[in-house]
Design a protein around this ligand. Structure first.
Ligand SMILES: [Zn+2]
Length: 329
C-alpha cells in the first residue's frame, strides 16, 4: 500500500496473480464489485435474500475479451441479466465507462469550472491546463472507438486507471470515484430487474409499455438504493456518478431514441428529478460537457449560449432542442 503516500514516479496497480483481464480497468474490477455489494450496511443481506427467495445468482460475472461494445446492429455489450439470473458486465463496458467518466470530469474541471472561478475572482486562480484538455480529448476518441472497434488502450500516452505518474495522480484517482458510482448505478438497475421484473418476463407476454415502465422503475429504484448508502457530505460524488452513467450512453448513437428503454434525455431528466439536484450542482456542467462532446461527435449543431446564465439553463436549452427535433422528425 506504499503507493498511497507516493509523491513521485510511476504508480502501477496491476497485480497479475490477483487481477484478471487484459484491459487496464482490471485493477478496479474487485473494487467495483465490493462497492456494489456493500452499498449500505444491509445490502449484502438483501443480496443473500435475493439469492434464496428469487433465485438470483450470487456471483456477478465480469466477462473478459478484447472485443468492442457493439455485438451487432443496435446491440451492445452493456450490463445485462444472463442465464440463472446472473448479473453480467463486460470489461470493455467497464473500460468505456471509466474513459467517459474521466473525459466528462476533466473537461468539466478544465473548461467549465476553472474558467468560472477565474471569472468570479477577476484573475487567474486556477490555471487552465491545455495538455490535460488535449489528453482528455484523445482519450474520448479512444473511448468512442471502443464502441465499434477494439484496439489496445495506450497506457503510456493516455490516462488510465492502472499505471500513471504519482505527479499526475489526481485526475485518474478522482475519476475512480465517479466511475465506481456510475457502475454501482448500472448494477443496481440490473439488480432491480432480477428481483422485481424478470419473472414477469418469463411468465407473461409483455407489451412495449410494460417494458418501458420496468426500465423507468429500475432507474428509479436503483437511485433510491444508492441514496440509502450515501455518505453524508459526499452526496455529489454519488449523484455525479449516476448522471455520468447515463451520459455515457449518448455516445453510442446519434439520437436519443431507445428501443427498449425510455429515450436517453428522459432517463437523464428522470434521474435529475429524483436526485433533486441543486441549481449550482456540478452535474449540470458535466451534462453540458457531455452533450457538447456528443454534438461534436455527430455534428448535431445544437444552438449553444455563449454566455449562459447557468449550466442548468444551458442544459435545458439543449434538451429542448433534442425534444423539438424529435417531434419535428
Ligand atoms: Zn434495464
Amino acid at each position: 500500500m506504499e503507493w498511497i503516500f507516493q509523491k513521485t514516479g510511476l504508480i502501477n496497480h496491476y497485480l497479475p496473480e490477483k487481477q484478471l483481464g487484459n484491459q487496464p480497468i482490471r485493477v478496479l474490477h474487485n473494487i467495483v464489485l465490493y462497492m456494489f455489494i456493500h452499498n449500505d450496511s444491509s445490502f449484502h443481506i438483501k443480496l443473500i435474500e435475493a439469492a434464496l427467495s428469487k433465485g438470483m445468482n450470487s456471483q456477478v460475472d465480469i466477462e473478459y475479451g478484447d472485443v468492442p461494445l457493439l455485438i451487432q446492429s443496435g446491440r451492445f455489450r452493456t450490463p445485462q441479466v444472463g442465464a440463472e439470473k446472473k448479473l453480467i458486465i463486460h470489461e470493455t463496458f467497464l473500460s468505456y465507462c471509466w474513459i467517459m467518466s474521466y473525459v466528462i470530469f476533466i473537461l468539466y474541471v478544465e473548461t467549465v469550472n476553472h474558467p468560472k472561478l477565474n471569472k468570479v475572482h477577476g484573475k487567474v486562480v486556477k490555471k487552465i491546463n491545455a495538455i490535460e484538455i488535449q489528453k482528455a480529448e484523445e482519450l474520448f476518441n479512444y473511448g468512442r472507438s471502443l464502441i465499434v472497434d477494439y484496439t489496445e488502450w495506450d497506457k503510456e500516452n493516455l490516462p488510465n486507471p492502472e499505471i500513471y505518474l504519482a505527479e499526475n495522480r489526481d485526475y485518474p484517482e478522482q475519476t475512480n470515484m465517479y466511475f465506481t458510482e456510475a457502475i454501482r448505478f448500472v448494477l443496481c438497475h440490473e439488480y432491480i430487474h432480477i428481483t422485481e421484473h424478470i419473472d414477469q418476463f418469463v411468465e407473461e407476454k409483455l407489451s412495449d409499455e410494460d417494458i418501458l415502465r420496468m426500465e423507468k422503475e429500475a432507474d428509479e429504484k436503483a437511485i433510491q438504493i444508492i441514496q440509502k448508502g450515501m455518505t453524508p457530505g459526499r452526496e455529489f460524488i454519488y449523484e455525479c456518478g449516476i448522471i455520468i452513467g447515463i451520459l455515457s450512453m449518448f455516445f453510442m448513437t446519434n439520437n436519443t431514441k431507445q428501443k427498449r428503454h425510455p429515450d436517453l434525455e428522459d432517463r437523464l431528466i428522470n434521474a435529475i428529478n429524483i436526485l433533486g439536484l441543486t441549481d449550482n450542482h456540478m452535474a449540470w456542467g458535466m451534462s453540458c460537457v457531455a452533450l457538447k462532446l456528443w454534438d461534436d461527435q455527430f455534428d448535431l449543431q445544437f444552438d449553444w449560449d455563449d454566455e449562459p446564465q447557468s449550466d442548468k439553463m444551458q442544459f435545458y436549452k439543449i434538451i429542448e432542442q433534442i425534444k423539438d427535433r424529435k417531434s419535428n422528425a
